[in-house]
Design a protein around this ligand. Sequence first.
Ligand code: PLP
Length: 360
Amino acid sequence: MPDRIYNFSPGPATLPQEVLAQAAKDIVNFNDKGIGLIELSHRSKEFMAVAEETEALLRELLNVPDNYKVLFLQGGASTQFAMIPMNLLGPGKKATYLNTGTWAKKAIKEANIIANADVAYSSEDSSFNHVPDQSDYTVDPESEYLYFVSNNTIYGTQFHSFPETDKMLVSDMSSDILSRRIDIKPFGIIFAGAQKNMGPAGATVVIIREDLLDRTPDSIPTMLRYKTHADKGSMFNTPPCFAIYAIGLVLKWLKKMGGVSALEEMNREKAALLYQAIDATDFIKGHAQENSRSMMNITFNLPSPELEAQFIQEGLAKGLDGLKGHRSIGGIRASIYNAFPRQGVLDLIGFMQEFEQKNG
Ligand SMILES: *Cc1c(COP(=O)(O)O)cnc(C)c1O
């Protein structure tokens, strides 16, 4: 087996190596009970304890207030694009959306199938290279909520302060949940697919304010109602057991590392190192405007697509994997989530400098 490479993939993304090692052991023999983790009944007391611990850790690390439910659902973050308007908007109702990239656009499309999405801002004309300031848009007074994507995984932009409005906020935090401290109170719903910054693919975390559970119109099917899952502790049907377990391991690791505020500091430092390297040369151009730069996904271009292809290929040969930008914008993207090691960032910077010397 080769040494472990640096995985810059946007998701599924790198996980702490100790989490992988523990999961490998538990899959075969969970807690030395002579049964594999992924063979356990979801109703067994062993698995119930795993699920309870994962939820408790998430509540603790994110400071989730008592009047919010934490759900572990399937269907990916993408199913939430539809579930949110299904549950919060009846026919004839509307919600305001900020169009800051592909994932926002997909959510807008679903909202328009169910009800009416009022798009108050779009950065599409500038290839989604920034997120709006507060003063760039107004929220329709009739809107039920303001929806935004806190970190735009594909374009490498991030809201550094959240919108302020008297409407409740709803946010897709798939690619930056647990990367920085947040105040949950202004939010009606926060959701995140696990596979970016929280664990393996298969579970989507939904944090929902309890009073919203009773808003769902009667026409919405059982599995698509938040209340169904909230009433049964995410065990209405078989939950994504392995993903819930693995998220728990990641959260234990996160706690051991000092919690969200410690990770936030590390994330800031890792991202700053990379942006400094980008700013130090004209050979490399960052995609995101400076005040919108993401700490999680750093996007940049080299002088030509040919050089970018060569960069990706030579990087791979050096054990720097997953650097190819999303097909919709091309270029290079380095995803450096919580579990991405600082040394990998330093190695990437070294490689960028070496590449420029040879090709610049
Ligand atoms: C990856 C991603 C999604 C899609 O997640 P799935 O779980 O694949 O549906 C949605 N939103 C954001 C911000 C993402 O990064």
